[in-house]
Design a protein around this ligand. Structure first.
Ligand SMILES: [Zn+2]
Length: 367
């Protein structure tokens, strides 16, 4: 998923002032750009506090952009998403208006009258890793995160943002209690791990900078995942397992390959590729693992799951093309890897092909 954070701040880093009226930071030119970003996204996320304070519609305003979405076969409006720890949201929020029920990530169950109007995803702790994983499973490929400060900080702290668009207005709020853009805490970016400033320009009187936080190589990622998918075809169909292929690329660029049951009946593809690498004396710290299907999180045949194996070996990045369906177990491999800080990418354009390769598990028996 592409995760784009968007924030507008004053020169002193404030998102708002302390008055009850919403502070207007953006001129029309910036608002028009935000509308284009909304139109390009599949889902828009804001925190519950922002909903309560500002009551935003989270809609694409331009009729022309809505028509463009429809012409491209997309929903007229992006999916609305929020996060609430207490499950308390006023029922008259504009967030609940529209054709599609919004998604609410909640640490506590919503009252029944709200639960009917939204899809609720309840978990004891709501993290950016959970939000990205659950929205990916619902088909979201482009997520726009519009605030507030706590939500933006959470995505940056967890290193779950791809880009930040930061618009700065040329004035100073100057109030001690005004909400700041980023909360204090540990972030993965310091003087030794700097983000990349991708662009810098003007929107009206605001300066707009875009920062990138990861150095993915999309061409290599697609090429290696395509190779993993091809390898999966070598596995003979077996009603007890998925046909999966895997490619390991070490930090120094050496490649190793495997597929399900390549050398032993209980072996998963990731284990086979890892074993090939270890036999050759490779160091897997900082490696990238491409697996056609999400690495497993629990299995009956062996004590160590593939996601645990990859964590133990110090793998830095995992790329896969299909979330494991809930057929044998409920898999949380991608979520577990993300929670442990592994860069984990899902490339949905491979999903159809991988499902076809695994048709032996999904087609009905003839008699
Ligand atoms: Zn596995």
């Amino acid at each position: 998923m592409n995760v784009l954070l968007s924030a507008a701040i004053s020169l002193d880093g404030c998102l708002d002032d302390t008055s009850s009226r919403r502070l207007i930071l953006s001129p029309a030119e910036d608002l028009a750009e935000i509308d284009r970003l909304r139109a390009a996204s599949d889902a828009i996320l804001v925190g519950a506090r922002t909903l309560r304070c500002d009551n935003p519609s989270l809609r694409v305003r331009s009729a022309a952009l809505v028509e463009e979405r429809k012409a491209a076969g997309r929903a007229p409006q992006p999916l609305k998403v929020t996060v609430t720890t207490r499950g308390e949201l006023p029922s008259d929020l504009r967030f609940f208006e529209g054709d599609r029920p919004p998604v609410v990530f909640a640490a506590a169950p919503l009252p029944p009258q709200l639960a009917q109007r939204a899809e609720t995803i309840c978990a004891p702790e709501i993290t950016a890793a959970l939000i990205v994983t659950e929205l990916e499973k619902r088909g979201v490929e482009n997520l726009l995160v519009e605030g507030g400060g706590e939500i933006l900080s959470m995505f940056l702290r967890e290193n779950m943002a791809d880009r930040l668009r930061l618009a700065t207005a040329p004035f100073i709020v100057g109030e001690a209690g005004a909400p700041r853009f980023l909360r204090p805490g540990r972030y993965p970016f310091d003087s030794g791990h700097r983000a990349v400033t991708e662009s810098l320009r003007m929107a009206g009187d605001m300066s707009v900078a875009t920062y990138r936080f990861h150095d993915d190589d999309p061409v290599r990622d697609r090429e290696c995942l395509a190779r993993a998918v091809e390898l999966s075809r070598r596995c003979t169909p077996d009603p007890e397992c998925y046909r999966v292929g895997a490619v390991v690329v070490t930090a120094s660029g050496a490649r190793y390959e495997g597929y399900t049951q390549m050398t032993a009946r209980k072996n998963h593809a990731e284990e086979e590729a890892v074993a090939a690498a270890l036999q050759a004396g490779a160091d897997l710290r900082g490696a990238t693992v491409y697996s056609s299907v999400e690495p497993c999180s629990a299995r009956s045949s062996k004590p160590e799951s593939c996601s645990r194996l990859l964590l133990r070996l110090g793998v830095r990045k995992v790329v896969f093309g299909l979330y494991e369906p809930d057929r044998f177990v409920h898999c949380t491999g991608a979520l577990d890897l993300r929670r442990a800080g592994v860069r984990t990418l899902y490339l949905p354009e491979f999903a159809r092909q991988i499902l076809d390769i695994n048709a032996h598990l999904f087609s009905r028996p003839r008699h």
